[in-house]
Write a protein that binds this ligand. Structure first.
Ligand code: GLY
Ligand code: MN
Length: 441
């Protein structure tokens, strides 16, 4: 992503955020939006700090992810103000002075100690909607997180600006480059840990820079949905590889999953079948589509794959209704993505609050809204062979619905997940992940 392109897109992004802030403040009756970037957290009874995690409400406004102790002040009709902490410190690298396409849009005040920020915040804290964690409190400036403000901002954050989509496209390009390196490492016989290092190297991002912990799973480990252990030695024989790994670009996330078989075998054919389902589901990311319906549709289509591969012996609709499909596909079809890999506002009924319920029996779905242009969602169907859930199916008296010989054949491969990041538009969806894979060939 070239800087001029971001420079062109950024002013309109800021206009959108300012309009949203003005309406949110009107609803809560405050005059200013005040957003601390966050503070460094320490391990209990220790002086070791955790990796800094910036307040997402802060990084929505500007591409600063490593600036603890800074503050934003947004007042409708006034240029936004950044109070930027650049401490005198010879122990650590201090944040460099702000630079780039966005600085000309802010009044920037540099402070040297965290306490100095208070002097540059609006005079009356009671007139401020302060969005942040309790640890960010500075004197009377205590985060109050007014519900009307959060409801409004979180709901609208689902609709990405062209600037945000450009950053998510760039994050996908970084992630895809690293996925290619990881696949090469797998084919060369690397361990989970070795593949992880190859991934980070190719992404140019350390584990703490990534938007979530890499899931790098060989063989049976692919059956653990959030497997983050990373064995130091490769298993023998090497059968399968599931990688769920993303990348960051200026605070925006990519979330990408691929699955590979070491051989051209039945498991490779099963991966191909899931891939076809996944691409068909991506094409359904269209305005007006109810995301829970898409989730249930994924169940039907995955159940059809299981039936076609003689893993289950009942019709897709029956597999869904009797809770057989959820044994093999036990997570949601996806989630909103953006500033957070699992973006906020997934269940928001409106910008004034309220919750859209999940379908009964599907507790892990993270998005229940109706799709609309500008939303970016992941589409991540999967099929897994998970002992605990298979035992549970037996306990429910459904043993006869499954071909156990076929399960035994696939179980050593763990499972399959394929995940892309997809933009809903007025028309054909934009698949940021497939676009990046295609461009890399
Ligand atoms: N990438 C991990 C997840 O979406 O849960
Ligand atoms: Mn995901």
């Amino acid at each position: 992503m070239s800087t001029p392109a971001l420079a062109d897109l950024y002013p309109a992004h800021l206009d959108v955020l300012q309009a949203r802030a003005a309406e949110a403040l009107r609803r809560s009756g405050h005059d200013h939006l005040v957003i601390p970037s966050g503070t460094v957290h320490y391990q209990v009874f220790d002086d070791r700090d955790y990796p800094f995690a910036v307040n997402p409400q802060f990084k929505a406004w500007l591409p600063l992810t490593q600036a603890p102790g800074s503050w934003l002040v947004i007042t409708p009709g006034v240029r936004p103000k950044l109070v930027f902490l650049q401490p005198h410190d010879y122990w650590h690298v201090v944040p460099t002075l702000p630079q780039g396409y966005w600085v000309e849009h802010f009044d920037i005040i540099v402070i040297r100690t965290a306490d100095e920020a208070a002097r540059h915040l609006p005079a009356d804290p009671a007139r401020c909607a302060i969005l942040g964690e309790p640890q960010s409190a500075l004197g009377a400036y205590v985060p109050n997180n007014p519900a009307p403000v959060l409801h409004y901002l979180d709901y609208h954050r689902a609709f990405k600006t062209p600037y945000e989509i450009a950053l998510m496209r760039a994050a996908n390009r970084i992630g895809v480059r690293a996925h290619r390196a990881a696949e090469r490492a797998f084919r060369a016989g690397a361990s989970e840990f070795g593949i992880h290092l190859a991934y980070c190297q190719a992404a140019g991002q350390d584990a703490n820079d990534l938007p979530y912990s890499n899931i790098i799973a060989l063989n049976e480990h692919a059956a653990v949905l959030h497997y983050t252990q990373r064995d130091r030695l490769p298993p023998r024989p090497l059968r399968s590889f599931l990688i769920d790994a993303g990348a960051d670009c200026s605070g925006y996330a990519a979330d990408i999953t691929r699955t590979y078989s070491a051989q051209d075998d039945d498991f490779a054919a099963l991966i191909q079948a899931v891939d076809q389902v996944q691409q068909a589901l991506c094409d359904l990311v269209r305005p007006g589509v109810d995301y829970p319906w898409l989730h249930l549709e994924a169940h039907r289509r995955l159940a059809a794959v299981l039936r076609d591969f003689d893993v289950i012996r009942l019709d897709p609709e029956e597999a869904l209704q009797r809770g057989v499909s959820r044994v093999f596909f036990p997570h949601g079809i996806g989630h909103g993505i953006g500033l957070q890999v699992h973006d906020v506002g997934g269940f928001a009924a409106s910008d004034a609050g309220g919750t859209l319920a999940k379908p009964e029996g599907h507790p892990y779905l993270r998005l229940t809204r109706t799709l609309a242009p500008g939303m970016v969602v992941t589409i991540e169907p999967g099929l897994y062979f998970i002992d605990m859930l298979l035992e549970d199916l037996k306990a429910r008296g459904l043993e006869d619905t499954v071909n156990w010989a076929r399960v035994a054949q696939f179980r050593p491969y763990g499972g399959i997940r394929i995940e892309d990041d997809v933009v809903c538009t007025e028309d054909t969806p934009i698949n940021l992940t497939r676009e990046a894979f295609a461009d890399l060939h």
